[in-house]
Design a protein around this ligand. Structure first.
Ligand SMILES: NC(=O)c1ccc[n+]([C@@H]2O[C@H](COP(=O)([O-])OP(=O)(O)OC[C@H]3O[C@@H](n4cnc5c(N)ncnc54)[C@H](OP(=O)(O)O)[C@@H]3O)[C@@H](O)[C@H]2O)c1
Length: 294
């Protein structure tokens, strides 16, 4: 199986690039080789490789910056995934694409299911929803994997921000009224690989590689708020003694992008269809932080 992976330097892309080679030949590309801000350039790259499967881990993920760069966010997240899917169709490839919990408005009180109505509150969420629709529109076998609150030991994310702040501040204020599921990039990559591995064991090396098309939620198990996530990070880092963590409401931490107050995703469909259980967020965080250089 030939796999084209985009966004190889991102949190999820980097983890995928470690795991995918056991499944086939991986063509892992970064922004310089496949730039999603230039949709017209994507076709020749895909035609040149003629993959069996495209995994699109590239995205514009700067949620607040997207408010002032809506066109750029929409091109990368909304338009290019559709172009990728259309080009995939021409070479007979299938597509795995990642999306976000921010397609929801946060008014739910129990974990969001895949079929729940979407209503993004910010530019990033709107652009990702447009990307979902464009991928589906192409009419090829696809998986859209929605996740949320992604962290890893690379790039910029909440975990690394908290660890940095813990070294330079005595007091850290963290929002405690947004609920979600912190998800380790490696857990997403492992779940994605596991789905594909199951299929290869069943003998699918050519189309259709994906056993089911559809949207699936994929976030680590359990729930917390940013404050709870921060507390666990600081606790596991061993720095809790010297630091005062202060819970604050969102209204005291205004950001350019409005975020949903509740964006927990239900993994039930993932478990039912693919028999894959995501790890509890605390276990994933512990494992991730265990690999921090001491
Ligand atoms: N991060 C989160 O909290 C979060 C939450 C929910 C869903 N997701 C979704 O999960 C997926 C993976 O996210 P992630 O956390 O791995 O994101 P990430 O760490 O920000 O990685 C995104 C990658 O996309 C690349 N990229 C940006 N603009 C590009 C362009 N014009 N052309 C090609 N590549 C470009 C980035 O390259 P550079 O680094 O060179 O810019 C980066 O390598 C995305 O679909 C994202 O929307 C993420």
């Amino acid at each position: 199986m030939k796999i084209l992976l985009t966004g190889k330097n991102g949190q999820v892309g980097w983890e995928l690039n470690r795991l995918l080679p056991k499944l086939g030949t991986v063509f892992a590309l970064g922004k310089d080789q496949m730039d999603l801000s230039k949709p017209e350039t994507l076709g020749p790259v895909i035609q040149g490789i003629r993959p069996d499967l495209i995994i699109n881990a590239a995205a514009y993920t700067a949620v607040d910056k997207a408010e002032s760069e809506p066109e750029q966010a929409m091109t990368i997240n909304g338009v290019s995934p559709g172009v990728i899917a259309e080009e995939a169709k021409k070479v007979g490839a299938e597509v795995i694409h990642y999306s976000t919990d921010y397609v929801f408005d946060g008014k739910a009180t129990s974990p969001y299911k895949e079929e729940d109505p979407t209503c993004p509150l910010n530019v990033y969420g709107k652009s990702k929803l447009a990307g979902e629709r464009a991928v589906i529109q192409a009419g090829i076998p696809y998986l859209i994997l929605r996740t949320g609150w992604v962290y890893s030991l690379r790039g910029s994310n909440f975990l690394l921000t908290m660890l940095k702040l813990a070294k330079i501040r005595n007091t850290i204020k963290v929002v405690d009224d947004q609920t979600g599921g912190p998800t380790w990039a490696r857990s997403i990559a492992a779940a994605t690989t596991c789905i594909l591995e199951q299929r290869l064991k069943e003998g699918a090396t050519k189309s259709p590689i994906l056993p089911h098309s559809g949207i699936f939620h994929m976030s680590c198990g359990g729930e917390t708020h940013w404050f709870g996530f921060a507390k666990k990070i600081i606790e596991l880092s061993g720095l809790l003694e010297g630091i005062e963590l202060v819970p604050i409401p969102t209204i005291e931490y205004p950001t350019p992008a409005v975020r949903p107050g509740y964006s927990l995703l239900s993994n039930r469909k993932l478990k039912q269809v693919f028999h894959h259980e995501m790890p509890p967020w605390q276990d994933a965080l512990r494992e991730c932080m265990d690999s921090l250089p001491r």
